[in-house]
Design a protein around this ligand. Structure first.
Ligand SMILES: Cc1cc2nc3c(=O)[nH]c(=O)nc-3n(C[C@H](O)[C@H](O)[C@H](O)COP(=O)(O)O)c2cc1C
Length: 265
């Protein structure tokens, strides 16, 4: 499937993680069909895929302590699945999943990447994964409750978890005054990407012929690969670059680099 660059670029700023859903607002059949279609058709890598599941969503999520911090009330979830024999599985599933999250947002739905507080074996059984596959993350889908509950506010650190670092903390390479417009727009979009615990592990090295995404931070990863977060930022970067008229291709690189977006001349 071709990426709808402008449609996804438009919702990057709008997307926010939501964890409390209105159980009285079901997803209309035509919206579910559209979401199912993108889950099946947006598969840019052979070993990364997504599956929409419309049953037992509640059973997939778990709390931090008891039910505290648990995603609640969603009528459906999406499992983001990778073949673990693929060494690039983390960034590929992150990239693929974020496309689907942005399409869900464009369809008016709310989501929340969940890589820690879910039951992978329950998700795997509901999504019917293969022997070599694993569910690396899930998202609830549905309509969030109008206002954030006290528990949701607590979980987002009263809004702090939506904040992002300034580009000056994330970017190396060519100085800002030498950046063409597409670089500025793409880095802004990449900066807004969601990451596990909002850790923003990525850095961006700007060169004459493209931008390299690399792992900027040291330290532990909450059991979720930082390359997964970088895959999410790659999708944002590319969507904004192409929407600003700069086409390119990804070349995957060894750690601590992740991939370079090379502009097509
Ligand atoms: C790979 C990944 C895993 C995540 N896992 C969880 C999780 O287990 N539980 C949770 O409540 N939020 C989880 N989040 C959501 C992040 O906390 C959230 O994206 C981040 O704080 C930024 O906030 P925003 O999405 O509203 O912009 C995860 C996000 C990502 C990208």
């Amino acid at each position: 499937m071709d990426i709808p660059f402008s449609r996804w670029h438009l919702v990057i700023e709008k997307r926010r993680s939501r964890r409390r859903f209105d159980p009285n607002l079901p997803i209309a059949p035509e919206v579910l069909t559209a979401l199912d279609k993108v889950c099946n058709q947006f598969a840019p890598f052979p070993h990364a895929r997504a599956r929409l599941v419309t049953e037992s969503a509640e059973s997939v999520f778990k709390g931090i302590i008891g039910s505290l911090g648990k995603v609640k009330g969603a009528p459906a979830f999406i499992a983001f699945i990778g073949d673990m024999d693929d060494p690039l599985v983390q960034e590929e599933v992150g990239y693929t999943g974020e496309g689907i999250i942005l399409e869900a947002t464009a369809l008016g739905l709310n989501t929340c990447w969940v890589g820690g507080f879910f039951r992978p074996e329950v998700a795997a059984s509901l999504a019917k994964v293969g022997k070599k596959e694993r569910v690396l993350a899930v998202t609830p889908v549905g309509y969030a409750q109008k206002s954030e509950s006290w528990e949701e506010k607590l979980m987002t650190g009263f809004g702090r978890s939506h904040k992002r670092l300034a580009l000056s903390k994330l970017v190396t390479g060519l100085p800002g005054e030498k950046w063409p417009d597409w670089v500025n727009v793409s880095l802004e979009a990449a900066r807004l990407a969601p990451s596990a615990a909002n850790r923003q592990p990525w850095g961006f090295d700007v060169q004459d012929d493209g931008i390299t995404v690399f792992i900027r931070t040291k330290g532990l990863g909450f059991g979720i690969s930082k390359r997964f977060d970088c895959g999410i930022a790659m999708l944002h970067l590319e969507v904004a670059a192409v929407d600003s008229g700069c086409k390119g291709e990804w070349e995957f690189l060894a750690s601590p680099q992740v991939a370079k977006f090379k502009i097509r001349s």
